[in-house]
Design a protein around this ligand. Structure first.
Ligand SMILES: Nc1nc2c(c(=O)[nH]1)N[C@H]1C(S)=C(S)[C@@H](COP(=O)(O)O)O[C@H]1N2
Ligand SMILES: [Mo]
Length: 426
């Protein structure tokens, strides 16, 4: 599957070179970079990772706020980064398999728009359709056969801050720890069903959903237009959902009300929120979100950058605060979760001594491809003072989390073992 996705992107690039691709809103620089044969280090200007500020001064539990996010963001549950909010892992300890909606991280390029389902329309259009645009209202979408599935939404930059704090590397983008992921149970209509009803042409190749939120201006002041990213038709017809329910509730405002795209196993940017139109194209499509953004640039990546990113990578997290106090001599049930957009997680090992010895954690879920696996391990610390906890997962293909993640300028796909500091108290 991964290979197919890669060869698809090579094909897309060849078609671009032949002049048979469209790239609206992509600046010339980005296109040249896609073509670059020589050196192409440093796609993004390295802005450095800013540290999350200001959490210490507030009363515990006080609601923080992020411009443009609607739901409350109490500071024992979220860390706010600009227009985004990440979930505190300690807050997941007492939750079940699915992330409750009120705890789910929010990644907004601009701000949450307030849309009413009754006024919402989806326009499906483009050269890949047999006829003109086809519209669907919310009730029409709800009347189509429904599908339910469990899927993670995880930002490609989840874990980015560890490039800096563990590896001493400067990368650009939001300084997430590991809280830019949630797993929910979604209900909606398969995108394949909507595309079939809209009338696909045999030569359709790309599908590009676009959000109804405000156009995005990047940190250099460039207007990139509304958030959109092309998907190969093969993925769009496979397991992609137009979701209108999240964990049994109507989609919350911050998560795409009334309808969002869900692209299982892929990086979060593919899962366009507040979808308003979907272009179906007989020519390959490009947007800034698959040319400048969401590709790997750096010395260990292909000259000119990697193919556009698709699948998420392997990660693990403890359900503990940073520097959590743990009483010496008491037995603590260490809990956490591991996940991947590739093969299911097969085993998890934990080290409580900074990585010298490893013990197998007990898995509390069967390996599954569509979410995380919860695990636990008892630990009775014997000496007071700072300690470092590590968790490392191995997937069903035998891939294990490495000690170091491969640098890329925008800090995507951090997959290395994270060193989690705790304080053993006397
Ligand atoms: N329309 C729109 N869709 C979007 C975004 C956005 O800003 N606007 N952010 C994307 C990114 S980068 C991520 S990681 C996920 C986050 O989904 P969530 O906020 O529901 O957790 O939504 C994606 N879809
Ligand atoms: Mo993201």
């Amino acid at each position: 599957m991964t290979n197919d996705e890669r060869s698809y992107d090579r094909l897309r690039l060849r078609q671009f070179l032949d002049g048979t691709a469209r790239a609206d809103g992509v600046d010339r620089r980005a296109l040249l970079r896609l073509l670059a044969a020589g050196d192409a280090v440093g796609a993004a200007s390295a802005l450095g990772v800013a540290s999350p500020a200001g959490a210490a001064a507030r009363a515990p539990g006080a609601a923080d706020s992020a411009p443009g996010i609607v739901k409350p963001l109490p500071d024992d549950r979220f860390v706010v980064h600009g227009t985004n909010a990440e979930t505190c892992w300690a807050a997941l300890r007492d939750t079940g398999y699915h992330t409750p909606n009120e705890l789910f991280f929010v990644r907004n390029h601009t701000r949450t728009p307030r849309l009413a389902a009754a006024d919402w329309r989806l326009t499906v259009w483009g050269s890949g359709l047999r006829s003109g645009p086809v519209e669907f209202g919310f009730d029409e979408l709800r009347a189509l056969p429904a599908t339910e599935l469990t899927a993670a939404v995880e930002c490609a930059g989840n874990g980015r801050s560890f490039y800096t704090s563990q590896q001493g590397e400067t990368v650009s983008g939001t300084a997430w720890k590991l809280g830019a992921i949630g797993v929910a149970h979604w209900r909606g209509v398969r995108l394949a069903e909507v595309l079939r009803r809209a009338g696909l042409r045999r030569d359709a190749v790309d599908v590009q959903p676009r959000g109804l939120d405000d156009p995005f201006t990047d940190s250099s002041g460039a207007e990139l237009g509304r958030v959109r990213r092309p998907l190969p038709l093969a993925k769009a017809l496979d397991d992609v959902l137009l979701g209108y329910q999240m964990n049994g509730e109507p989609l919350p405002a911050d998560h795409g009300h009334p309808v969002r795209v869900l692209v299982p196993s892929w990086i979060g940017i593919a899962s366009i929120k507040w979808v308003g139109d979907i272009e179906v194209s007989a020519e390959p499509l490009y947007s800034p979100w698959n040319t400048d953004l969401y590709r790997l640039f750096g010395p260990d990546h292909p000259a000119g950058g990697s193919a556009p990113l698709t699948r998420q990578t392997l990660k693990s997290a403890f359900e503990l605060d940073w520097d959590a106090p743990l009483a010496v001599g008491a037995t603590h049930e260490l809990t956490g979760r591991s996940w991947s957009g590739g093969a299911p997680v097969r085993s998890v090992e934990v080290s409580v001594d900074g990585g010298r010895r490893w013990r197998a954690a007990r898995l509390r879920d069967r390996p599954r491809p569509d979410g995380w696996v919860r695990w636990s391990l008892p630990w009775t610390p014997t000496t007071p003072g700072p300690a470092t906890l590590l968790a490392r997962a191995t997937d069903a293909d035998g891939t294990r989390q490495p000690e170091r993640a491969t640098y890329n300028a925008q800090g995507y796909l951090f997959n290395a073992v994270v060193r989690h500091p705790v304080l053993v108290t006397a």
